[in-house]
Design a protein around this ligand. Structure first.
Ligand SMILES: CC(C)(COP(=O)(O)OP(=O)(O)OC[C@H]1O[C@@H](n2cnc3c(N)ncnc32)[C@H](O)[C@@H]1OP(=O)(O)O)[C@@H](O)C(=O)NCCC(=O)NCCS
Length: 377
């Protein structure tokens, strides 16, 4: 093994530069998240998810005409193929909704004629998948509970339609705004594990369906997307802020991980969490459930004091989702609906200047040895 390879090695690829991108960056000094140069937190306050999806996928904010087109496309393309409905009915009720999404994307790919897609084809497929995924997820969810998907209100935004598909009611303007902000804040995050997985997949000249399937499978883990569900389960264990302080202190003493805290890149704090905390507080006041917010704040304060670690995007998103009436098993799937825009932008960028992603490994196994016949083993 050459010294150079050993020197380059970093477990978990921490701080390894594995490519170039013009989609997203985290300013190393301010730790500000930028989507194509625009602050993600600003976008979350001023834009719709549809505009941000266009920004990520097409490379620029849409003009009015372009926004109208993509908004229409995301409504028009929402109908899921009949064979997919049959597949959804076969997925066990106890399955993870993440498996439902992964299977849905993979199955939609299997319904296409096997061929190479151009970049333009890929973009059209992306918008179609973005329109269909919430419908596939919520159709399965309602089917699994013995119900039906509520009739979709086409006048709502992408975020509002999702909430309406979950609760069966039109969301209030504040609820729609918060869901929209959350989708924007989750939409893209440079070379995180699932985006990297999607890029690796498409770098073999596989297709968008396979890349998104890889992305969803990678996001499922509790160290990545799964943290928002785990964070909520944790918060709900505590009956009061004092109970939270005691419980978290004991977890930290036992060196247990607190889900929804810490980040591989952000070390000073995660700006997305600041926005979601503000919204979780507003929602808690609106819904008359300040106690839940106070418990979450007690968890935050204790982790900060004892470990010096900040909440990441997942922590207060979880609180906001809970207050929006979204069932916990749907939290990570929401991340998928949002991140599909970011993954797709990366797939398109990879395809536009492709080189197979194929790193090396430092071998730590047995040295070369002779084959041993089975009688002598
Ligand atoms: C996201 C995460 C994997 C980043 O990990 P990382 O960059 O490898 O950071 P490390 O695991 O090296 O953590 C450094 C130190 O902080 C501690 N730490 C990190 N996250 C922690 C957490 N959530 N709870 C308690 N301690 C934590 C580690 O135990 C380690 O402490 P030590 O130096 O005393 O051993 C990690 O913070 C984590 O597991 N968080 C919980 C899951 C989560 O919220 N994921 C969503 C990410 S957006």
């Amino acid at each position: 093994m050459s010294t150079t390879m050993t020197e380059q090695f970093s477990k978990g690829l921490e701080d390894v530069v594995a490519g170039t991108t013009s989609i997203c960056t985290i300013n190393p000094d301010t730790e500000t998240l930028l989507y194509r140069g625009y602050s993600a937190t600003d976008l979350s306050q001023n834009a719709t998810y549809e505009e941000v999806a266009h920004l990520l996928i097409e490379g620029r904010l849409p003009k009015k005409r372009e926004l109208k087109r993509i908004t229409k496309l995301l409504v028009q393309e929402r109908k899921i193929p009949k064979p997919l409905i049959k597949v959804l009915k076969l997925i066990p009720l106890k399955s993870s909704p993440m498996d439902v999404l992964r299977t849905s994307v993979s199955f939609m790919g299997a319904l296409e004629e096997a061929r190479q897609y151009s970049i333009e084809d890929t973009k059209q497929i992306v918008y179609s998948i973005m329109a269909k995924l919430p419908v596939a997820l919520m159709s399965w969810y309602h089917l699994s509970k013995g119900g039906d998907l509520p009739k979709v209100n086409k006048n709502l935004t992408y975020a509002g339609r999702f909430l309406q598909m979950v609760t069966g009611k039109d969301p209030s303007p504040l609820e729609e705004k918060i869901m929209n902000a959350s989708l924007i804040l989750y939409a893209e995050h440079e070379l995180n594990a699932s985006t990297f997985a999607a890029r690796v997949t498409v770098s073999t000249l596989s297709d968008i369906y396979s890349a998104l399937t890889s992305g969803i499978g990678t996001l499922k883990g509790p160290l990545h997307g799964g943290a928002n569900e785990a964070a909520m389960e944790l918060i709900l264990k505590f009956k009061s802020p004092q109970d939270a302080i005691t419980g978290i202190t004991s977890m930290i003493e036992k060196k247990e991980k607190i889900m929804g805290f810490g980040h591989r890149v952000y070390k000073k704090g995660d700006g997305r969490s600041v926005i979601m905390k503000k919204y979780a507080k507003e929602l808690a006041e609106m819904k008359g459930n300040q106690k839940l917010f106070e418990i979450a704040e007690a968890v935050e304060k204790t982790v900060k004091e004892k470990k010096g670690i900040f909440p990441n995007a997942d922590f207060y998103s979880a609180v906001a989702y809970y207050l929006l009436g979204i069932p916990i098993p749907l939290y990570t799937p929401i991340f998928v609906l949002s991140r599909t825009a970011g993954w797709s932008a990366h797939v398109l960028e990879q395809l536009s200047d492709n080189r197979l992603i194929r790193p090396r490994a430092i071998y730590v196994g047995q040295p070369a040895r002779d084959f041993s016949p089975i009688e002598r083993r």
